[in-house]
Ligand binder design. Structure first.
Ligand SMILES: Nc1ncnc2c1ncn2[C@@H]1O[C@H](COP(=O)(O)OP(=O)(O)OP(=O)(O)O)[C@@H](O)[C@H]1O
Ligand SMILES: [Mg+2]
Length: 355
C-alpha cells in the first residue's frame, strides 16, 4: 500500500489540559475507504476537521502525497467535506449549491457546466437541478451534499456521519450509493460514523477511536473477530467477554470450563485474559446432537429471548455469568424463561484479549 494521506502523531487540545485527539497516527492509501468509528466525544470529528483545515493541530503533521497540509488554508487543500446535516444553502438551487465550490475556485463557466452535469448524473439528481433544498427529500438533499463535496475533484473526501439524519431504509440505500460512487471514481474517502454495522459493511479498514486515541486499525472482519482490546471487542458488535486464565496453551474460562484455542498467542501463557465469544459463535446443542472433540459445552439457564424472525437472541446465565447466544432456529418456543439449554463453543471461535 502506498501511503497517500499520512496523519502523524496529531494532538489537539482545545483547553491546553485535555487532548481531544491524543496522538493519532493514520496512513491512508489512495482510493481507500477508511472509517473512523468510536463513541461520542472520542475525537473523530476533530480529526476530520484537522485534515480539512478547519482546526489546527496542537502538534503533529498531516501530509498528502508528502506535502505538509497543516500550513495550507482549507480552501487550498483540495479536500471535500460532507456533514451530517447536509448544510446546503437554502436560498440556492441544487445546481447552484453544487457549483458553489467551483465558483469559489474560479473555474470557468463551461468547465462548471460540464462538471455539474457530470456530478448530478453520478448522484442521479439531473432532473432536480432547478429545485431548492426544501423541495427535496432527506436522501436527495444528502446526495446534493455529496455532489457538492465531489464536484471539484478533491484528493480526499471527508464524510462526517453523512447519513445520521436519515431513517433506516434510506440510510441503507445511501450506503450502497456512497460505495458505488467510491467504486466508480476511486476517490479516497475518510468516513466517520458511530454505527458499527455501517462501518463493517462499507469500509476497507476501520480505525476504532476511544478517548482521542486509535485502539485498533484493521480490515472490518479482523476488528470483529480479533479485537486487540476489550474496548474494541465490546464496541464493535455484540459480545460475551468472560474472564480467563491461560495455562499450558489452554484457557480456563472462569465458571465455564477449559478450552484450547488453536492459535492462542504464546505471549499470553500464564496470564489473565478476556475471552471473547460472539453470541453467534455459540452453538445450541439439542439432546441428540454430537459434540465434537475439543468443543467446550456448558449449560445456561434462559432469562429471556428476542425473536428477530431470522434468528433469535437468547439471554441466559451460566454460573451467575451472563451469556448471550444468537442462533438461527425455528424452535424458539423451547427457550422459555427458566429453561436449561446446552451450548457449545468451537475452540476456533474463541479469541483471547490480553489485559
Ligand atoms: N471547538 C471545541 N472546543 C472545545 N472542545 C471541543 C471542541 N470541539 C470538540 N471538543 C471536544 O473534543 C472532544 C472530541 O470531540 P469530537 O467532536 O471530535 O468527538 P466525536 O468523536 O466526533 O463525537 P460525536 O460522535 O459525538 O460526533 C469532545 O470532548 C468535545 O467536547
Ligand atoms: Mg462528531
Amino acid at each position: 500500500m502506498t501511503d497517500y494521506l499520512e496523519i502523524k502523531s496529531i494532538v489537539k487540545s482545545f483547553d491546553g489540559k485535555i487532548n481531544a485527539v491524543d496522538g493519532v497516527d493514520l496512513s491512508i492509501a489512495k482510493g481507500e475507504f477508511i472509517t473512523l468509528l468510536g463513541p461520542s466525544g472520542s475525537g473523530k470529528t476533530t480529526t476530520l476537521l484537522m485534515v480539512a483545515g478547519f482546526e489546527h493541530p496542537t502538534s503533529g503533521t498531516i501530509e498528502l502525497t508528502g506535502r505538509d497540509l497543516t500550513k495550507i488554508p482549507p480552501y487550498k487543500r483540495n479536500v471535500g467535506m460532507v456533514f451530517q446535516n447536509y448544510a446546503l444553502f437554502p436560498h440556492m438551487t441544487v445546481e447552484k449549491n453544487v457549483s458553489f465550490p467551483l465558483r469559489m475556485r474560479k473555474f470557468n463557466r463551461s468547465e462548471i457546466e460540464t462538471r455539474v452535469r457530470r456530478i448530478l448524473d453520478l448522484v442521479a439528481l439531473t432532473d432536480h437541478a432547478a429545485k431548492y433544498p426544501r423541495q427535496l427529500s432527506g436522501g436527495q438533499q444528502q446526495r446534493v451534499a455529496l455532489a457538492r463535496g465531489l464536484v471539484f475533484d478533491p484528493d480526499v473526501l471527508l464524510l462526517d456521519e453523512p447519513l445520521g439524519a436519515l431513517d433506516k431504509n434510506l440510510r441503507e440505500q445511501m450506503q450502497v450509493e456512497i460505495k458505488r460512487i467510491h467504486r466508480e471514481i476511486g476517490i479516497t474517502m475518510v468516513y466517520v460514523t458511530h454505527d458499527q454495522t455501517e462501518a463493517m459493511t462499507m469500509s476497507d479498514r476501520i480505525a476504532v477511536f476511544n478517548k482521542g486515541k486509535i485502539e485498533q486499525i484493521d480490515v472490518p472482519l479482523k476488528v470483529y473477530r480479533e479485537p486487540t482490546t476489550r474496548f474494541v471487542g465490546e464496541f464493535v458488535g455484540d459480545s460475551n467477554l468472560f474472564d480467563g486464565l491461560v495455562k499450558g496453551g489452554a484457557v480456563d474460562v472462569t465458571g465455564i470450563g477449559a478450552i484450547r484455542p488453536p492459535r492462542a498467542d504464546p505471549k499470553l501463557e500464564g496470564r489473565a485474559v478476556d475471552v471473547l465469544v460472539r453470541p453467534e459463535w455459540l452453538r445450541i446443542v439439542a439432546p441428540n446432537d454430537r459434540v465434537a472433540d475439543g468443543e467446550l459445552t456448558f449449560e445456561i439457564v434462559v432469562d429471556d429471548t428476542i425473536n428477530y424472525g431470522d434468528s433469535i437472541l437468547l439471554f441466559g446465565k451460566a454460573q451467575q455469568r451472563s451469556v448471550r447466544v444468537r442462533a438461527i432456529t425455528s424452535h424458539a418456543g423451547i427457550f422459555a424463561r427458566g429453561a436449561k439449554v446446552r451450548v457449545a463453543i468451537d475452540p476456533a471461535n474463541v479469541f483471547l484479549i490480553a489485559r
